[in-house]
Design a protein around this ligand. Structure first.
Ligand code: 5GP
Ligand code: MG
Length: 180
């Protein structure tokens, strides 16, 4: 991120309590979808880590395996560019398995288009996407999440895993930055 943003305040967009309630509902949807089938849940680092850890601990399914990817995209950190790469791939073989990707926020959709295409080529038994926030305004493709925590039209949010230049990931709720 180039210029330094001067932060005046943080406005609550989704409180910790609201998120906890919604995560339980999303977990119930995931359980209804997979039952006790073996499921590989893949966290998209870094931003997905809080949603991922809360979500997997709400699942009733006892046949859940966990794995992690990290994506890098070139360009400004608040607008992902066209070029996405793995900076860390999963360590398990996902072919023939049910796979659920867990992401913090889908914005333009470029990061998830890359990951869904990469994973689909490995022939999983099924491939779905869960995102804490589905942000519509800048969507540039047909990426659609199967499980959505919250929908947001626009705005830049932080907290609950989401950062601004690596700050605010540890905040318990989701906030909008009010610039000075
Ligand atoms: P996409 O490839 O869908 O454009 O971008 C997805 C990534 O951009 C997210 O995983 C996240 O890292 C970042 N991003 C997009 N919108 C926001 C936002 O409102 N706040 C934060 N902190 N990151 C965002
Ligand atoms: Mg992300």
């Amino acid at each position: 991120m180039g210029e330094e943003l001067r932060i005046k305040d943080l406005r609550v967009v989704f409180s910790a309590e609201q998120i906890a309630a919604r995560v339980r509902e999303v977990a119930a949807q995931v359980d209804a979808c997979y039952g006790e089938e073996t499921l590989v849940v893949v966290c998209v680092l870094k931003g997905g880590f809080v949603f991922f850890s809360d979500l997997v601990r709400c699942l009733q399914n006892r046949n859940v395996e966990l794995d992690f990817v990290r994506l890098a995209s070139y360009g400004k950190s608040d607008v992902s560019s066209g070029h996405v790469i793995f900076s860390k791939d999963v360590e398990s073989d996902i072919s023939g398995k049910h796979v659920l990707i867990v992401e913090d926020i889908v914005d333009s959709g470029r990061s998830m288009r890359f990951l869904l295409d990469q994973f689909a080529a490995r022939r999983p038994r099924s491939l779905r996407l869960a995102t804490l926030v589905d942000k519509h305004e800048r969507r540039q493709n047909t990426v659609k999440a199967d499980f959505i925590g919250f929908s947001l039209e626009r705005g830049f949010i932080v907290g609950y895993g989401l950062d601004y230049a690596e700050r605010f990931r540890a905040l318990p709720g989701v906030y909008e930055i009010i610039p000075e």
